[in-house]
Write a protein that binds this ligand. Structure first.
Ligand code: SF4
Ligand code: SF4
Ligand code: SF4
Length: 253
């Protein structure tokens, strides 16, 4: 049986997830390379292919002109996987969605340069059908391997839908709040092994929120136990999740 053809594409993003991929340096990844044929990957090669079995897409959909390119990828690919927070939710790019003055804030007098022209940052699934998602900023390379491995074996990948706190407790980690810090792990989607609290830093929900998150309770805890002002608690809950919040007004425009 021939190896599945795999391709990688990038849209609005920092390409950090691709770097994470090329940075695997891990025997599991080298083993994976024995089972797939990478036919397109701008970060590492110049070749392209008409047919793709699995297309991995990084970055958010933030320019209408990208819709056609995305549709072409969808036509060529059997399975489309969005990977990284930018592609899955709009990620950190979506912070600009409710700031019409974002270009002036960042670029000052150069804000009108034509190559800065873009619309709101949206998930790839707003433009085309996405079959699977690998969350995180950057995406978790072990979860990536797990999802690809499931697909190669004809199985459906399972992604957790419980909070990071579950993994953190399983690791017997001291809670960041008990160290005088803050954390968003109560409603952040697990699957990363609670790696940030394990490294002594707060979870910022880079994998997005669980289904039906209680944002009001999180804000209350951030204020009461994290000693944050209401404004700061509000900002903290949207760093990676601006498009996921119940008050996100611009999504789907
Ligand atoms: S998810 Fe994070 S690391 Fe990946 S492309 Fe977006 S900003 Fe970069
Ligand atoms: S450190 Fe964060 S993830 Fe861990 S138990 Fe506390 S709130 Fe939950
Ligand atoms: S602990 Fe939170 S911020 Fe850190 S990788 Fe996991 S989901 Fe992302």
């Amino acid at each position: 049986m021939s190896k599945p053809k795999v391709a990688f594409f990038d849209f609005t993003c920092c390409e950090g997830c691709q770097i994470e991929l090329t940075n695997f340096g891990d025997t599991n990844f080298l083993e994976l390379l024995n089972h797939i044929d990478i036919v397109e990957f701008r970060e590492a090669m110049t070749e392209t292919s008409d047919h793709i079995d699995i297309a991995f897409i990084e970055g958010s959909f933030s320019r209408e002109e990208d819709r056609k390119r995305l549709e072409k990828i969808r036509e060529r690919a059997g399975v489309v996987i969005a990977y990284g927070a930018c592609a899955v939710t709009g990620g950190i790019n979506a912070l600009k969605n409710d700031r019409p003055d974002y270009k002036q804030c960042v670029y000052g007098k150069d804000a009108e340069m034509p190559h800065l022209d873009s619309q709101i940052a949206r998930p790839i699934s707003d433009a085309i059908k996405v079959d699977f998602e690998v969350s995180g900023c950057p995406m978790d390379k072990y979860e990536f391997l797990d999802i690809v491995s499931h697909l190669l074996h004809g199985k459906t990948p399972v992604v957790p839908n419980y909070p990071v706190c579950v993994e953190c407790k399983r690791n017997e980690q001291i809670c960041r709040f008990d160290e005088g810090d803050y954390c968003l792990g109560m409603i952040a989607k697990a699957g990363c092994g609670a790696k940030c609290p394990a490294d002594g830093i707060p979870c910022e929900a880079c994998r997005g929120f669980i289904d039906s998150p209680n944002e009001a309770a999180l804000k209350k805890v951030l204020m009461e136990r994290g000693n944050m002002s209401e404004k700061w608690a509000e900002k903290k809950t949207k760093m990676f999740t601006a498009n996921l919040r119940s008050d996100a007004k611009t999504l789907g425009v």
